[in-house]
Write a protein that binds this ligand. Sequence first.
Ligand SMILES: [Fe+2]
Ligand SMILES: [Fe+2]
Length: 182
Amino acid sequence: MRAMTEQNLIDAFGGESQAHMRYLKFSEVASQEKLPNVSRLFSAISRAEIIHAHSHYKNLSHLKGGRTANSGATFGPGDTLKNLELALMGETFEVEEMYPVYIEVAKFQKEAGASTSFERAFATEQMHKALFEKAIAAVGKRNDVELNKVHVCSVCGYTLENESAPEICPVCSAKKEKYISF
Ligand SMILES: [Fe+2]
Ligand SMILES: [Fe+2]
């Protein structure tokens, strides 16, 4: 694998892994603050991030031994409003900078597996960004967010809020049964 794409996969694995852990913690805090829907949203999105991490990791199966991940991450946990703002900052970075650039590099380097892994994450992070924006608007007015069921594709991590999961995943074409509902 070309070195630059390889390092981008390592860094993205680091970033997604940390986002997974951060959102689990944020889910707990939201639950303590009696914001069950925000808590559920963080749980669902936490699951999506681990699916992305696994996908990036799988594309690194040719490696042996330790490497260093340089992962952008937000720090400074606080109350739920602040945690949502941290989450939004992370998702915005992924949507506006990280994944668009990683996708271009992978395509230029003809690394199809990495490119697919990055594209799937990119499609999902846009949904995450929108869901966190909606939650911030509610929590900013001291309300829990109004939230239908949240469905996460167990194959690609795609996340959507709806009464039911799609028949076919719009990102990876997995069947409805592959969706996990929160
Ligand atoms: Fe995300
Ligand atoms: Fe999917």
